[in-house]
Design a protein around this ligand. Structure first.
Ligand code: GTR
Length: 346
């Protein structure tokens, strides 16, 4: 059944002939007038509420909306997704808790804010664990990625898929940072993760964990000198307007993850659970296409707007400085083994 015939049959259901005719006419006139609702989720039996800190049009938001369209079509309208973008449901740390409680059905989040809750998420969040974005994709698309997704289930969540997030680098309002020594004593916002606080300390700077939505004013008012993120987030938040020095040190390549509340997932039939898992996986290449385009567009936009990009960075001192961070967080045999297996992936 196609999306439209599915919608029509749901609209008219088993109601009277009069209702059927009226609704069909209304629907057809709406179609002709080009005013069919952008989302037919009003007709869905169950609409899953999904959170995202990013604004409309950001690749992660679009990916989950596309997943919603697949779900609606594949379940004949039993399931839809409504994405509450722009942190409408709260900042990431809080929405994670709400998802664990089942107040929010789905959440697209960075792995960073999971670090203090789920030890396995610390491994792909380690600085310089991935040699490149390609290495990250090979690992997270494969068995190791599935194993890490599985680790969410002990925390009232179902891990559905990983999305891209490129590489994160430092930016600041004060000066061009050309070497690790330039970071000394500076104040940087990090995601709410102890691992990232220690990462910044190991580089000789000071870290302030802070919600994403407070970073712009934090830099503007001088509470922090800067933050760290990928090109699209540096651009979409307008942080480049208040912190023009962007140093391409690429210390983190942290994947994003799409999770579902265990209670919402378990409320579905086995058939619908399988459809949800598959639609999430199918949204990954769609996200990746948009991500690659957005990274290039964002980099161009901030360069055109006057950001000074420092590209000639010797990463080795940064990498060497991370040894104590690995030692502090990677202590159990399981995590040590996971690090070794990730590093061994070609
Ligand atoms: C972005 C990520 C967001 C959020 C943000 C942050 O790259 O996509 O989910 O975690 O970083 O730094 O808070």
């Amino acid at each position: 059944m196609t999306l439209l015939t599915g919608l029509r049959s749901r609209l008219i259901g088993s109601e009277s002939h009069f209702w059927e005719e009226t609704m069909t006419k209304t629907f057809v006139s709406a179609l002709l007038a080009g005013t069919v609702l952008a989302s037919a989720s009003f007709a869905c039996e169950t609409t899953l509420r999904s959170s995202d800190t990013h604004s409309e049009g950001y690749p992660t938001v679009v990916a989950v909306q596309l997943m919603g369209e697949m779900l609606e079509e594949r379940t004949d309208g039993r399931l839809c997704i409504e994405v509450f973008h722009s942190a409408q449901l709260g900042e990431e740390k809080d929405t994670i808790e709400q998802t664990q409680f089942g107040v929010i059905d789905m959440n697209r989040v960075s792995l960073g804010p999971f670090n203090n809750i789920i030890p396995e998420t610390q491994v792909p969040s380690l600085p310089y664990i991935f040699r490149s974005v390609e290495h990250m994709n090979t690992v997270m698309d494969g068995e190791i990625g599935d194993e890490i997704l599985e680790s969410f289930s002990a925390h009232d969540l179902v891990g559905l898929a990983f999305y891209d997030s490129g590489a994160r680098s430092f930016y600041n309002s004060q000066k061009p940072i050309e070497s690790m020594a330039d970071l000394a004593g500076m104040k940087f916002r990090v995601q709410q993760s102890d691992l990232f606080v220690d990462m910044v300390a190991a580089l000789g700077a000071n870290a302030t964990p802070m919600p994403f939505g407070e970073v712009y004013s934090g830099i503007q008012t001088g509470v922090i000198d800067g933050a760290e993120n990928n090109w699209p987030s540096y651009e979409s938040t307008g942080h480049y307007e208040v912190a023009k020095y962007y140093t391409l040190d690429q210390h983190l390549i942290v994947p994003e993850v799409l999770v579902m509340a265990k209670s919402s997932f378990e409320a579905l039939s086995a058939e619908d659970q399988a459809i949800v898992r598959q639609a999430a996986k199918d949204s990954v290449p769609l996200m990746r296409e948009r991500w690659i385009a957005r990274e290039a567009a964002s980099e161009q936009l901030v360069r055109d707007a006057g950001s000074e990009v420092i590209t000639d960075i010797d990463k080795q001192p940064f990498i060497d400085a991370m040894v104590p961070v690995y030692e502090k967080y990677i202590t159990s045999p399981e995590l040590i083994d996971l690090v070794a297996r990730i590093q061994a992936v070609e």
